[in-house]
Design a protein around this ligand. Structure first.
Ligand code: DON
Length: 568
């Protein structure tokens, strides 16, 4: 027996011992329940899937910190939540450590070296969104595995231990939830269309809740990562399988693209809102900037004098969202490639002026209200929130973009590739999967990162974490977080209300207010009278939040999905 096998056995025995010691031996991947709310004093994890949350909380209980738990939870999500948890995608990790350091890791996908700005236009110049949204050509170079290893420098346990739950879940299987069964059945045709080697997600009969999903190829990939680190993914067998898969489907990701992928450590965006410090992700995520803009615009208004979800409040927020998203479409993209006037876009003076044409009681228009004037300057993603007993807060949003990404599984390696190229503006004026418009700033360029809406957020009160929050939902993400912050800070709602109450969204174009089913109908009727077009839509996002107050750590998972909270 070699050293490695002995090490693995010791790790498995330790894991078993810990399970028994913590008296959760009854939790198995073949029998688990969803828990929406949990409280404790020592740590909390909330994510989109019970088994991923449990992987994270076990790591915290065994002495790991929030970074250890974030790595274990993300890896488990890549197995148990294949629609968005991923190895073949990317994401952003935002953290505030016990010693008051802000960390912003950008492991967003990048455009392959052979990409070019018109790659999704046909010979007549028409945009082919089928190619940017599905199949091999839709993928950017994946960043997740790089991001996990970058995060590991802040962790305390060996990577082999953090990846173990994911390996076991992939190898031995786990039972799927009703939502997962439904999603897999819905994507069946797409899986068949976009793969030449049939993935495990396709079988002859429909999936149903309680069926076991085993992913042997994925387990083998995870083992290569466990053994060889970054090289287990970006080089060697996994990289070869990925490049081969690309060739089978006219994709353009090359070995060199994989080898040269790097996570970028960025400066977090920090602003003040009514005495609270709001920490957000900088570009190429638009999230931090949009939150700063929206909170900046609303800060001059006496919000608590308006009623929660009243027409006045909804209109004010809508008009603010309209203006922020008009700026997003015009100015925002990867700031390593284009000049983005971030300072000006977030300056109090500019934000005040943006609201000059706001008329209370009368609908604005996206045709007349466009981006601000600036002088040249000198449905599927997933979020997890974690807090540990030392005071480290970690907020991660990660994605393949659409549900199950490009639908292409790397043959022999068992993981899904992203369809993140669609987050670029593939042609000015052509909306992407989320209806977002873009221009030059977000045009495709080799090596460039596509603009994102992902908004992992941490709020500090007196320099210590109060809230760790984030959500999926494409372009609705920043407006959801905007609402969550206002509802917590101005309206003093509980964390459960902040997360579960109905939400609404406006993104400049389409010039329309989208709202969830239970949003007050009297407000919607008044908004229509003011001249707004309003449309009910399905659930908006799946927020995962942790609130730390008076020494109690409270975690809440969104009611909209299988989201699961644990604390101890
Ligand atoms: O980065 C972005 O903005 C998108 N790729 C996020 C996609 C997403 O949230 C899907 N979830 N429903």
């Amino acid at each position: 027996m070699d050293d490695k096998s002995i090490k693995n056995i010791i790790l498995s025995l330790t894991a078993m011992f810990l399970l028994l010691q913590n008296n959760i031996a009854q939790v198995t991947p073949y029998k688990y329940q969803i828990n929406k709310k949990a409280e404790g004093k020592n740590g909390a994890v909330v994510s989109a899937h019970p088994l991923a949350t449990l992987a994270g909380i076990e790591i915290l209980k065994s002495g790991g910190n929030a970074f250890d738990a974030a790595i274990a939870t993300q890896l488990a999500l890549a197995v148990v939540y294949p629609g968005a948890g991923n190895l073949g995608g990317g994401g952003f990790l935002l953290a505030y450590t016990a010693n008051k350091e802000m960390i912003a890791l950008d492991y967003r996908e990048k455009a392959p070296s052979r990409s070019h700005r018109n790659m999704y236009l046909d010979s007549a110049g028409n945009a082919q969104t089928n190619l940017s949204q599905n199949g091999h050509l839709a993928s950017g170079v994946p960043g997740t595995v790089s991001g996990l290893f970058e995060a590991h420098q802040y962790a305390t346990l060996p990577f082999e231990k953090l990846i173990l739950p994911a390996i076991e879940l992939a190898e031995k299987g786990f039972i799927i939830t009703e939502a997962e069964a439904r999603n897999l059945n819905n994507a069946r045709k797409d899986f068949i269309r976009h793969n030449s080697i049939t993935p495990v997600f396709v079988r002859d009969i429909d999936w149903k809740a309680g069926d076991t999903l085993i992913q042997k190829d994925l387990a083998a990939t995870l083992k290569r990562i466990s053994k060889k680190g970054l090289n287990g993914f970006y080089r060697g067998k996994t990289a070869r399988l990925l490049v081969k898969e690309m060739k089978r489907g006219a994709g353009i990701i090359m070995r060199n693209d994989l080898r040269s992928y790097r996570t970028i450590k960025r400066q977090a965006m920090v602003s003040d809102y009514r005495g609270y410090k709001i920490i957000g992700m900088p570009l190429p995520s638009s999230g931090g900037l949009l939150i700063q803009q929206m909170l900046g615009m609303i800060s001059d208004y006496n919000v608590s004098a308006l009623n929660y979800q009243s027409p006045e409040m909804t209109q004010l927020m809508t008009e603010i969202e309209r203006r922020a998203y008009a700026d997003r479409a015009h100015f925002l993209g990867d700031a390593d490639f284009i000049k983005v006037p971030v300072k000006k876009l977030t300056s109090p003076q500019y934000l005040k002026e943006r609201m000059n044409d706001f008329i209370p009681g009368k609908a604005g228009s996206s045709t007349t209200t466009t981006h601000g004037i600036i002088d040249p300057e000198s449905e599927e993603t997933t979020h997890l929130s974690i807090y540990d007993k030392w005071g480290n807060a970690v907020s991660v949003t990660t994605t393949l973009n659409g549900n199950y990404g490009s639908k292409t599984v790397v043959g022999g390696a068992g993981f899904l590739m992203n369809n993140e190229m669609d987050d670029f503006s593939i042609k000015p004026g052509v909306p992407n999967l989320y209806g977002a418009l873009g221009t030059e700033a977000n045009a495709i360029q080799p090596g460039k990162r596509m603009l994102s809406s992902m908004t992992p957020t941490i709020v500090l009160q007196n320099e210590v974490p109060l809230l760790v929050i984030g959500t999926p939902g494409g372009t609705t993400i920043p407006t959801q977080i905007f609402q969550s912050l206002i509802n917590l800070i101005d309206f003093k709602l509980s964390l459960e209300e902040v997360i579960n109450n109905p939400k609404f969204h406006h993104q400049w174009f389409p010039d329309m207010i989208f709202y969830e089913k239970d949003f007050p109908s009297t407000t919607i009727e008044t908004m229509i009278k003011m001249g707004y077009e309003c449309k009910q839509r399905g659930p908006i996002g799946r927020t995962e939040g942790i609130l730390i107050k008076n020494g109690i750590i409270q975690a809440v998972g969104d009611k909209r999905g299988d989201d699961h909270a644990e604390a101890f």
